[in-house]
Design a protein around this ligand. Structure first.
Ligand SMILES: O=C(O)[C@H](O)[C@@H](O)[C@H](O)[C@H](O)COP(=O)(O)O
Ligand code: SF4
Length: 608
């Protein structure tokens, strides 16, 4: 590895964007840092509590009570998103006991501070529950705040992986930025039925070529074990972010669950949290790790890997919790200088296990550092150099050891160095035009489909699209508009269940695109989709003025999204009855979120 001293200077665009973020955030960040510095200076968390407070906190802690009551050893709070619904989170069931045992070995203690909810978007995909999905990110931040407000912790361990869980936990970790935060992953499930074969069976089911039994067989062969799903969707994009932003141990993201190496990494991560508290000599509060450099490094990783479009919503909300204001122009400028270096499904055929075997994140970080495309001097939970993250963990003679990751890609169909990237720019592109602002993930779309101009068919829900498809109504090039799917309308659900239908039309030779104020899954990909269109239809956004037959042009090369039909702006916006969105499957509990949620362009948060 090139020693940090020999690394090239930071890329000029990254330096400019970082300074722009710093300037834009200056006042907010200064207030934030003053608050967390004051909280940290007030001394170890437990010193504030009365004897009564502490007795309650330690009553159930058995053999750890004495150590806790003495108050001299670090006490680590565990915030866990364990449940059996997410295959990725199921392994967390065993973590608290393992963590407590590991910390006892070094004279420290751990307590489960609290649990947070976690929704599996695979279970709710295409279902009413998906309308709670995006709001659940903020609920997770709130729930983690409740857990940490017991204020008996010198550091926190966050057990979360999937879509809104890492973003929600980061919002909490930044809010409690006066104490350190270490994120502990569980790792991907072993490879099952390849993702592209699963997608093919779904398309065959959509056209009636196979029955539900065949579809179920394929789905169960694809999602078959504990661990994160193996496509490069939002969950695995989150894992990439946790390394690029320095909140995981180096190389820990994609080690499979249930292995000795995984267990050793969990133990080491727990001990690291205890080592970096204010009680020791290497204090690393989360608010100092989550700085402008960390977010720029995260954006670089997002572009280099063609990560999930959901992070365009989540990163601004995560940053704001740390007093940092991200803007969509930051995404665009960083995308313009960072090549696409990885091809993992849906951007390619490989799954995340194959990506990791080809060299994974350590290869990416090595080559991005070597090209001046990362802040090398970022503060992480592990040290003060991103050079630490070119190393990967191994068990050598039973001892956890970090060794340099591969200099060369072990599979250039999956992973390439900066100078040989699969594309000269990153996987995401901002769009703007007379239909508002949006984003498209170009890394998974064939170049010949980057510009689509066709008549619109306008729908108000995804089921209506499928009904029209089954009735054979799509016979020509079409821009499918699905509107009133924004944050205020119905919580901005993912419309990924449209992917098989739109893919069939595309494979029949039609030029199709989706335009929506909703969002797509990180697993969506090969159909061009302009998503997160703002202002949303419910806020009288231009998308609400479209009618069937309008000519719509989505141009991912120029970054434009326009209706070309004369005079469409003068129309009154459609105002459909959305009352069906307000009840059922818990949606009645989220009216406050729908009323208070901000626009997609600033992260669609109801709390920050
Ligand atoms: O953003 C994401 O990555 C998705 O939300 C993902 O977590 C979701 O579960 C997909 O729906 C899974 O893909 P399938 O629905 O195709 O199984
Ligand atoms: S990756 Fe998606 S489908 Fe898989 S466990 Fe996580 S939320 Fe569920």
């Amino acid at each position: 590895m090139t020693e940090p001293a020999n690394l090239p200077p930071l890329n000029a665009t990254l330096a400019r964007v970082t300074e722009r973020i710093r300037a834009r955030s200056a006042a907010r960040r200064a207030d934030y840092l003053a608050r967390i510095d004051a909280a940290a200076a007030a001394g170890p968390a437990r010193a504030h509590l009365t004897c009564g407070n502490q007795a309650h906190a330690y009553a159930a802690m058995g053999a750890d009570q004495d150590a806790l009551a003495k108050g001299r050893a670090p006490n680590v709070g565990i915030v866990t998103a364990y449940n059996d619904m997410l295959s990725a989170h199921a392994p967390y069931g065993d973590y608290p006991a393992l963590i407590k045992e590991a910390l006892r070995e070094i004279g420290a203690t751990a307590q489960v501070a609290g649990g947070v909810p976690a929704m599996c978007d695979g279970v709710t995909q295409g279902q009413p529950g998906m309308e709670l999905s995006l709001f659940s990110r903020d609920v997770i931040a709130l729930a983690a705040g409740v857990a940490l407000s017991h204020n008996t912790f010198d550091a926190a361990l966050y057990l979360g992986i999937c879509d809104k869980i890492v973003p929600g936990l980061i919002m909490a970790a930044a809010t409690f930025g006066h104490i350190p935060a270490v994120f502990l992953p569980s790792g991907p499930m072993p490879a099952g039925l390849p993702n592209d074969e699963k997608a093919k069976v779904r398309q065959q089911f959509a056209t009636g070529e196979v029955g539900r039994d065949k579809l179920m067989e394929a789905e169960m062969a694809s999602y078959h074990a504990p661990g994160t799903c193996t496509f490069y969707g939002t969950a695995n994009t989150n894992q990439m972010l946790m390394e690029f932003m320095g909140l995981h141990l180096p190389g820990s993201s994609f080690v499979n669950p249930g292995t000795d190496l995984r267990q050793s990494l969990t133990v080491a991560g727990a001990k690291r949290a205890a080592e970096i508290t204010a009680l020791g000599n290497s204090f690393r509060p989360a608010g100092r790790v989550l700085d402008e450099r960390a977010f720029v490094n995260g954006l670089v990783g997002l572009m280099a890997t063609g990560g999930s479009t959901n992070l365009v919503l989540h990163l601004p909300a995560m940053a704001r919790a740390a007093g940092i204001e991200l803007d969509l122009e930051d995404f665009d400028d960083i995308s313009s200088v960072v090549p696409l270096m990885a091809k993992v499904y849906p951007n390619g055929l490989a799954d995340v296990n194959a990506f990791h075997a080809a060299g994974g994140l350590q290869f990416l970080i090595r080559h991005l550092l070597g090209a001046g495309l990362l802040h090398a001097d970022a503060t992480t939970v592990w040290g003060d150099s991103m050079a630490d993250y070119t190393k990967e963990p191994k068990l050598i003679d039973g001892a956890l050891t970090w060794v340099e990751g591969p200099e060369n890609s072990l599979n250039d169909k999956i992973l390439r160095p900066v100078v040989e990237g699969f594309a000269a720019t990153g996987g995401l592109k901002q769009l703007a035009g007379n239909l508002g602002r949006g984003v498209i993930k170009v890394s998974a779309v064939a170049p010949e489909r980057h510009v689509i101009e066709a008549p619109a068919r306008v729908f108000h829900d995804q089921e209506a699209v499928k009904t029209a498809f089954k009735a054979g109504e799509f016979t020509t090039d079409t821009v499918v508009v699905v509107r009133f799917q924004g944050p205020q309308a119905n919580g901005m659900p993912e419309l990924h269940s449209l992917t098989p239908t739109l893919s069939v039309l595309q494979e029949r030779g039609l030029k199709v695109a989706l335009v929506t104020d909703g969002r797509m899954s990180g697993a969506s990909g090969k159909v061009p989709a302009a998503i997160h269109v703002s202002p949303e239809g419910t806020c009288a956004g231009p998308i609400a003025k479209l009618v069937d037959g309008d000519i719509v042009r989505l141009d991912a090369v120029a970054g434009t999204l326009d209706c070309l039909t004369e005079g469409f702006e003068t129309r009154a916006p459609a105002q459909p009855d959305l009352s069906a969105n307000t009840h059922g499957m818990g949606r009645e509990l989220f009216e406050t979120f729908r009323r208070n949620v901000g626009p997609a362009t600033s992260g669609a948060s109801s709390v920050l």
